[in-house]
Design a protein around this ligand. Structure first.
Ligand SMILES: *[C@@H]1O[C@H](CO)[C@@H](O)[C@H](O)[C@H]1NC(C)=O
Ligand SMILES: *[C@@H]1O[C@H](CO)[C@@H](O)[C@H](O)[C@H]1NC(C)=O
Length: 500
C-alpha cells in the first residue's frame, strides 16, 4: 500500500507547487472538478467574489464590450459567442438554451488562445467563469421552480376551511388576492437562488437584476391567469404552480437574451455578473429556494384569509405584562426590544345567547394550531407576528402588493436584507393589523386591566378608549383594518362611547 500512497503524493506535488506563494493556498477546484495545471490561467483559479472588483473586471468588460461590437454583431451567439471566440477560440460558445449544438463549457486547460492573452488572462477568466455559472443558475432555477413541490404544499381541499371560519364565504376572493404577490415572491426566490453568499453592496446590483428579471417574467404570466376559473381553495396550488412554471419559460428567454448581449428587464449580462456575484457561485440550492418560496406563498395565502377575519396583533407593553393592562396569551407571543406582541382572533359567538358569551371571546386564529408542523412547518405564529410588525412599522395599515414589491427590491438593491433567507417571516408576507397599546399603561381608560386577555371561552377584552397609540384616529383605523367596524363586543362594558 505504502508505495501507492507515496506515488499519489508525488503526483499531486507539482500541482500544489504550481500555486504561487503569494496566493491563498486552499483546495482549488474548477467547476469541472479537480485542479489541473492548465497553463497561465491556472494562476487565477481559486477566485473569490471580491477579486472581481479588486481587479476591475467590470471596467475591463465595458472596454471589451465597446471595442468588440462588430465581433458581437457578426456572431449569431452575440456577446457570448463573440467572447468565446475571442477568449477560447470557440465561436460556438453561445450558452443558449434552445436545443442547438451550442455549449457553455469551459475548455480552459492548455487553451492557447486564452493562455496567450497575457495581462488580460485574469479578467478574461473571471468573465468566462461568471458567464458559465450564470448559465448554471438559469438551468438550476428551472429545477427549483417545479410545480411538484409547490403544488403539493398548496393544493389542499382543506386550505380555506383550515384557516377560515367566517360565516360568509369570502375565502375564494381572498385567496385570489394571493396572486398579486406571486411575482414579487418569484423575484425574491430568483435572487435568493442567485445570491449564494451574504448579500453585500458589491453583488447588490446583480441581485436587483435577478429580482427585476424574475418579477418582469412572472408579472406577465400572472396577468394571463387572473381570469381563470378559481372555484375553491384547492385550485390555488394548481394556479400558483402553473404561474411559477410558466414563468420558467421566461427565464429561458432571459438566459438567451442576456447571453446574446441584449437587455432583459432593463439590465444586460454585465449587471447580472457585476461585483463578482457569479464568480464563485456553486449552483442553486434547490431545497432552500423551494422551501423559501413555498413558505412565502403559504404565508401570503394564510394572510389573505386572515385579513378578511377578526385577526389582529396587539401589544407594545412590557414582556411578561404586569402593567395593569391585562395579560396576553403566552402561547402566541413575540418579545421584541422589551415589548410583548400577541396574535389574536376575536371569535364571535355562534349560538344565540343572553349571557356575556354573546360578545364572543378571544382565541387562537383559525388553523394557527396547525402551523409550525407537517405541511405548514415552515410558517409559524412567530413569523406572523414578526412579519406583520415589520410591515406595520413601514406602512401602517397600508402595506399592499406594491409596497411589498418596492421594499423587496430596495432590500436587495441596497443590501440591507436578503428577503428569501427570511421565508415567511419576511416583512409583509403577513400584514395582520397591529395595535400598539403601550400608551395605555399611563392612561386612565375604564376597565383597562382587560385590554389584553389570554385565549379562552371566558376571555373578552374591554377597550374603552383610544387604545392604539393613544390616538383616536389610529384606533379607528385599526378597528377597520381588523374587520371590527360596527362590532360592539370590545366596547360592550364601556360607560361612554370610546370613539371608534
Ligand atoms: C464582421 O463582418 C464584416 C462583414 O463580413 C467584416 O467586414 C468584419 O471584418 C467583421 N468583423 C469582425 C470583427 O470580425
Ligand atoms: C421574531 O423576532 C424576534 C425578535 O426580533 C426574534 O428573536 C425571533 O427569532 C423572530 N422569529 C422569527 C420566527 O423570525
Amino acid at each position: 500500500m505504502l508505495p501507492t500512497i507515496a506515488l499519489a503524493a508525488l503526483a499531486l506535488a507539482p500541482a500544489v507547487q504550481a500555486v504561487p506563494h503569494h496566493k491563498r493556498i486552499e483546495p482549488i477546484t474548477s467547476p469541472h472538478g479537480v485542479y489541473k495545471r492548465c497553463g497561465a490561467v491556472s494562476r487565477y483559479y481559486g477566485q473569490h467574489t471580491a477579486d472581481w472588483d479588486t481587479y476591475q473586471t467590470g471596467d475591463w468588460l465595458n472596454n471589451w464590450w465597446n471595442s468588440h461590437s462588430s465581433l458581437m454583431g457578426n456572431n449569431t451567439g452575440g456577446f457570448s459567442g463573440a467572447f468565446g471566440q475571442w477568449a477560447m477560440g470557440n465561436p460556438d460558445w453561445s450558452c443558449r438554451d434552445d436545443g442547438s449544438d451550442s455549449d457553455c463549457d469551459l475548455s480552459l486547460c492548455d487553451n492557447r488562445v486564452l493562455n496567450n492573452r497575457g495581462q488580460d488572462i485574469r479578467n478574461t477568466y473571471y468573465i468566462l467563469e461568471s458567464v458559465n455559472r450564470l448559465h448554471t443558475y438559469f438551468i438550476g432555477i428551472g429545477e427549483a421552480f417545479t410545480t411538484a413541490a409547490l403544488g403539493a404544499a398548496l393544493s389542499k381541499d382543506s386550505w380555506a376551511t383550515t384557516f377560515y371560519t367566517d360565516k360568509d364565504d369570502k375565502s375564494v376572493t381572498a385567496l385570489k388576492e394571493a396572486l398579486n404577490a406571486v411575482a414579487t415572491i418569484v423575484g425574491i426566490g430568483a435572487s435568493f437562488a442567485g445570491l449564494a453568499g451574504p448579500l453585500t453592496g458589491a453583488v447588490a446590483g446583480a441581485g436587483s437584476a435577478l429580482m427585476g428579471g424574475a418579477n418582469g417574467a412572472t408579472s406577465s404570466i400572472v396577468g394571463q391567469h387572473t381570469d381563470d376559473s378559481f372555484q375553491k381553495s384547492a385550485d390555488l396550488g394548481g394556479l400558483l404552480g402553473t404561474i411559477v412554471t410558466d414563468s420558467l419559460k421566461s427565464f429561458t428567454t432571459a438566459n438567451n437574451q442576456l447571453m446574446g448581449g441584449q437587455s432583459y428587464s432593463n439590465a444586460d449580462i454585465r449587471t447580472y455578473i457585476s461585483g463578482g456575484a457569479f464568480l464563485e457561485y456553486e449552483g442553486v440550492d434547490k431545497n432552500a429556494v423551494t422551501d423559501a418560496m413555498t413558505n412565502m406563498l403559504i404565508g401570503t395565502s394564510v394572510n389573505q384569509l386572515y385579513r378578511t377575519q377578526k385577526v389582529f396583533v396587539m401589544g407594545g407593553g412590557a414582556c411578561g405584562d404586569n402593567q395593569g393592562i391585562g395579560s396576553g396569551p403566552q402561547e402566541a407571543v413575540v418579545c421584541r426590544d422589551g415589548k410583548a406582541w400577541y396574535l389574536y382572533y376575536w371569535q364571535e359567538n355562534d349560538v344565540i345567547s343572553t349571557t356575556s358569551h354573546q360578545w364572543g371571546w378571544v382565541a387562537s386564529p383559525p388553523g394557527a394550531d396547525s402551523l409550525g408542523q407537517s405541511e405548514y412547518s415552515g410558517v409559524t405564529v412567530e413569523d406572523i407576528i414578526n412579519s406583520s410588525l415589520d410591515a406595520y412599522n413601514v406602512a401602517g395599515y397600508g402595506y399592499n402588493a406594491d409596497t411589498a414589491k418596492s421594499r423587496a427590491e430596495d432590500a436587495i438593491t441596497n443590501a440591507w436584507a436578503n428577503p428569501g433567507s427570511e421565508g415567511a417571516a419576511w416583512e409583509g408576507i403577513f400584514t395582520i393589523p397591529v395595535c400598539d397599546i403601550g400608551a395605555a399603561v399611563d392612561a386612565d381608560y375604564q376597565d383597562k386591566e382587560y385590554i389584553l386577555q389570554p385565549y379562552g371561552h371566558d376571555s373578552r377584552p374591554v377597550w374603552c378608549g383610544a387604545i392604539c397609540g393613544g390616538d383616536a384616529q389610529k384606533t379607528k383605523d385599526f378597528i377597520s383594518a381588523a374587520n371590527m367596524d360596527g362590532f360592539e363586543s370590545p366596547k360592550h362594558l364601556c360607560d361612554q362611547d370610546p370613539g371608534y
